[in-house]
Write a protein that binds this ligand. Sequence first.
Ligand code: GDP
Length: 430
Amino acid sequence: MVRAIVGANWGDEGKGKITDMMAQESDIIIRFQGGANAGHTIVNNYGKFALHTLPSGVFYDHTTSIIGNGVALNVPVLFGEINDITSKGVPMPKILISDRAQMVMPYHILFDQYEEERLGKASFGSTKSGIAPFYSDKYAKIGFQVQELFDEEALKAHIARVVVQKNVLLEHLYHKPKLDEQEIFDTLMQYKEMIEPYVCDVSAYLADAIKEGKTILLEGQLGTLKDPDHGIYPMVTSSSTLAAYGAIGAGIPPYEIKQIVTVVKAYSSAVGAGAFVSEIFGEEADELRRRGGDGGEYGATTGRPRRMGWFDCVASKYGCRLQGTTDVAFTVLDVLGYLDKIPVCVGYEIDGEVTTDFPTTTRLEKAKPVLEVLDGWNSDIRGIKNYEDLPENCKKYIEFVEKQIGFPITMVSNGPKREDIIYRKSTLSK
Ligand code: GDP
C-alpha cells in the first residue's frame, strides 16, 4: 500500500508533522523530489528538528528512509543532518540512497548565488541551495548520478566536459573564479566514501516491498502552487511537487498510490516572490506571523519571515484537485483561536469578474480577494481529541472550508505534537 503526503499551497503547511505521524505506521518513507531548499519541522520526544533532506521517518527504528531518484541530493547536508539527529540521541536510521539520484555539486550552490546577485531586485527569491542550477543540469543531461561515482575514468571525462562549459559562464557572465577539475573529482570521491554503504537500486527494492505488502509513504516537499507546471510559474520550484511525481521520483507504478493526503493550513503563508492574493500586511500580518506555526512563521531553512494571508479557498481547491486528494489534513487550526472574526478568501476578482477557478500567472497578478468573514471561536482548542468537542464556530469554519474546496477534511491538527490530531468522518464522499 503506497500513500503520499503533499501540500496544497506554497509549502510550510505542516507536512512534517503529518508525515511523522503517518510514518509511525509505515515501513518505508521516501523523499521523491526537491532538495535541501525547504525544511520540515518535527517536534517529538527527542526534541525539535528541522529536516531538509532526510525523510521524516528517521525517528523510528522500524522504518527504512529512502532518498529517491527524483531528489536533489546534497551529500554534506544529508550527513550533517544524520550527525545532528544521532548526536541528540536518535538511533542511527536505516537509510537507502537511489543509485539514480543526482548530486548537488558545490558549483550549483555558487551558480545559484551568482545568478541571484546578477538579477538583483528581479531575483526569484531562491534559497541559494543550488536547486535550480541542479535541475537545469539534470535536464540538460550534464548532471552527476550517484552510480557514476563507481567508474572513476568515466567520471573524470564527464567532469572535464562540464567544467569547460561552466568556466565560460564563470569567466564571462559572472566574473568569478573558475572551476578546477581535480578539486571536483576529489570532492566527489569524498561523497562516494560517505554514501557507498547506502547506495541501492531503489525501484527494485520498492517493487519487492510492494509485493510483500509493505506500507510505503511518499513524502512531498513544498506544495501544488510551487509545481513547475501547475504552480505560479516562474515563481516555482524546479521539481514537481505533485503526488503523481511520486511514482517517477521513487520509481514505482502510478496506480500503486492509493491514498493522497493533502496538507492544507488553516490560514496562508508563503515565502519568496510571486502573487499571493489573500496576503495581509502590517500589524494584522505581524500578529498572525508571531502566533503562527509553533513559535512563529519563519522559514525552517532560511529563518526568513513568511508572508501571511487569510485562508484561500480558490488556491486550496485547485491545489487539492491537482494533487488528486483523497484526504485533507487541515493543520494549525489552533493558531486562529485569538481572532473574533476570521476573513476567508472565497473568490478572486479579475477584471471585474469573480471566479473560484485558480488562474494562470498573468491573470493571477491582477486578482483581488473576495472575502467572507466568519465568526471566530475565541478559545484554545489544543488538547481536544474529539471533533464533537470543538467549539461550534470552529466546526463551522472547518465545514465551510471543506465545502468551498470540495475535498474531505478527515484530519484536523490542533497543535504541533504528533498526538495533536482529531480524526473526523467527512460528509463529502471521496
Ligand atoms: P512543512 O514544511 O509543511 O512541514 O511545514 P513547517 O515545517 O513550516 O511546519 C509548520 C510549523 O507548524 C512547524 O513549526 C510545526 O511544528 C508546526 N505545526 C504543525 N502542525 C501544527 C498545528 O496543528 N498547530 C500548531 N500550532 N503548529 C503546528
